[in-house]
Design a binder for this molecule. Structure first.
Ligand code: ZN
Length: 625
């Protein structure tokens, strides 16, 4: 059996057009390439820079009082070649103010007075601040002395705010359980292609942060346990010896250790018995900190080797309401996830020392701690946890600008989740679930917003956001894997990740890195998947008998360069499946012809795209007369 592609004259013209196609680069992004901060081979340029800061943050919370009181010192380093006359502060908690710009409707209990800055000093000089006027999530602070390249500035800020009852990504989980995220005034990203990140936080776009060093002090009343991003620095000061022992045992144990149980909570001897305890956390070179407190959550832990070369273990922990059956499995599930992510896809050792699954409401990733809702269905709960943990790589390890390029992180989390799920419920069941949940709602919706190019900035999308960021982007990654084969795909992905982890890649860095990493010019493929209004619909136009076999003519009505199977049934009852990778569309993205050499009679044929779900399957089959 063999097959070959016929290039018609028409196809040859198309080939010229498609391969000569250099990818559209927005004019502001083009400047970064001109300045040499980014390179055409996909690497950060010799002039690449990014700014960073040291944050020393202290907060106090006394549940059920919902007030968070904070002080911080920020030392901000200007590594850019630019002189900065002002700093843009991100005050994300202003999303809770009445009248804030929000992506969706909210409930009255989501509303609070927002971030209240009590004082702000820049290099010791007190700055005027009017909370009644500082309404938005971006607030510019003018510098009396401009911040020169390679110089730093010190800010001292005190603030307070009220955690919202209508919890979303952060807030009150129950009267004495708080998930505290986006809680401190942060200096927004100033980057080489866009300057200050001024996009208003509207509760949809999630992260775009510098890589900073953090010390976080969380002061709570006794009997409250604190979880947070980073490593606990002072267990002996905040925990009783028995619980330190259990926690430390979990750091070397493959099986689940119950660090704190309901019986322990009832005895009120888990934490040090000072009126207030200050839990000190540190994390370096990380894009955000998050913390959570409770006086009645169970606490489980175990660990697994995530790096075979160094035998480094990562700790998996869970903090949850004892009544939640799913969370009793969270650590066991999490070990599987840490292993799958570290050893399979992306196949990069889990980059942090730990992960905590915290029971909240949001189904939301933060560095080293996810905030997941309780699910009755255990398979759903596990998959949700997989997805949020997978985000460790994108946007955190990779420093994605999710506010503009959401597909650069959600698409990957959706892809990694599929591979984890195949292990958990079996390959076919996982593929069916992915198809039904991630793809079907997109492909069965013919509205034009669904077919906007994936490259469309996330901040400009309303209706098309979800599928552009999740399903369509994920399919592009899976189609590329089918095109390159597992090994080459992974090699190229690792080149991209090595080029950009701990930095701020943009889509063109991904395209260029995958081109260099695979040793192929894949621009035709990236153009097809990211820059067009294409969708998925192929058609088996004709099957014609010819000398020595058959010629199949397949039309690409939707246009996406997808892989597919041709399933043949012969007159003698035998069946055969021929897999075609997206490579078949490289030279002609509208139509391909296959010659199938056989002496037998083909009775029927069908095109099966699997998870690359076809918008119209009525034209995917042929039956001989
Ligand atoms: Zn996600």
């Amino acid at each position: 059996m063999f097959k070959k592609y016929i290039l018609t004259v028409l196809a040859a013209i198309f080939l010229f057009n498609v391969n000569a196609q250099s990818l559209y680069i927005p004019r502001d992004v083009q400047k970064a390439y001109n300045k040499g901060t980014r390179e055409a081979d996909g690497k950060p340029g010799k002039n690449y820079w990014q700014n960073s800061a040291n944050y020393n943050i202290s907060i106090t919370v006394m549940p059920p009082d919902r007030t968070v009181k904070g002080t911080e010192q920020i030392t901000y380093f200007n590594n850019s070649p630019d002189t900065l006359k002002q700093l843009n502060m991100k005050l994300i908690m202003n999303i809770h103010r009445a009248g804030a710009t929000r992506f969706r409707n909210t409930t009255p209990d989501y509303i609070t007075p927002g971030m209240q800055v009590d004082s702000i000093f820049v290099n010791g000089e007190k700055k005027p601040w009017d909370n009644a006027k500082a309404l938005g999530t971006n607030q510019f602070v003018k510098l009396s002395t401009p911040l020169l390249p390679h110089d730093s500035v010190k800010l001292n800020i005190t603030w307070h705010y009220e955690l919202a009852l209508g919890a979303g990504r952060e807030g009150v989980i129950d009267p004495t359980t708080f998930y505290i995220g986006y809680f401190y005034p942060r200096i927004s990203v100033y980057d080489d292609y866009n300057g200050w990140d001024r996009l208003e936080f509207n509760d949809r776009q999630e992260f775009y942060n510098d890589f900073n060093n953090y010390t976080l002090n969380v002061t709570v009343p006794k009997n409250f346990v604190v979880w947070a991003t980073g490593i606990l620095q002072n267990p002996a000061q905040v925990l009783q010896p028995e619980y330190i022992k259990r926690m430390q045992r979990s750091f070397t144990s493959d099986s689940v250790i119950h660090i704190v149980t309901p019986a322990d909570i009832a005895q009120k001897q888990v934490t040090s018995q000072n009126d207030m305890n200050t839990w000190v956390w540190k994390a370096n070179d990380i894009s955000d900190m998050v913390t959570a407190v409770s006086d009645h959550y169970d606490w489980d832990g175990a660990s697994t080797i995530v790096d075979d070369a160094t035998h480094r273990r990562a700790s998996m922990q869970a903090a949850f309401d004892d009544r939640s059956a799913d969370f009793h499995l969270a650590v066991k599930w999490g070990l599987h996830t840490l292993n799958g992510l570290s050893h399979n896809l992306p196949g990069v050792p889990y980059p942090y020392p730990k992960m905590t699954a915290f029971q909240g409401f949001a189904d939301m990733e933060f560095p080293m701690m996810v905030n997941d809702s309780h699910e009755i269905d255990l398979a759903d709960a596990q998959l949700l946890q997989d997805h949020e943990m997978a985000h460790t790589y994108f946007p955190f390890y990779m420093g994605i600008n999710e506010t503009r390029y959401g597909y650069m992180d959600e698409g990957w989390a959706t892809t990694f989740e599929l591979f984890l799920n195949e292990d958990e419920i079996g390959k076919q069941a996982a593929l069916d679930r992915y198809r039904n949940v991630r793809i079907k709602p997109y492909i069965t919706d013919p509205s034009s917003s669904e077919d906007l190019p994936i490259i469309t900035p996330t901040s400009e999308l309303v209706g098309g956001y979800a599928h552009n960021a999740y399903g369509k982007a994920s399919l592009s990654y899976l189609a590329l894997r089918d095109l390159l084969g597992d090994e080459l795909f992974k090699k190229a992905l690792h080149v991209y990740m090595a080029n950009w982890h701990g930095k701020h890649p943009i889509p063109w860095d991904y395209f260029n890195s995958m081109n260099s990493g695979s040793g192929k010019n894949l621009n035709w493929f990236f153009y097809n998947w990211f820059f067009t209004n294409d969708y998925i619909d192929i058609s088996l136009q004709a099957v014609v008998k010819e000398a020595g076999g058959y010629v199949f003519s397949i039309q690409n009505i939707g246009g996406y360069a997808i892989p597919f199977d041709i399933k043949l049934t012969y007159a003698d009852g035998a069946t055969q499946t021929i897999h075609e990778t997206p490579a078949v569309w490289e030279h002609n993205q509208k139509q391909v012809f296959f010659h199938i050499a056989t002496k037998k009679v083909i009775k029927s044929a069908v095109l099966d795209n699997g998870i690359f779900m076809d918008a119209d399957v009525s034209n995917n089959s042929w039956t001989g007369k």
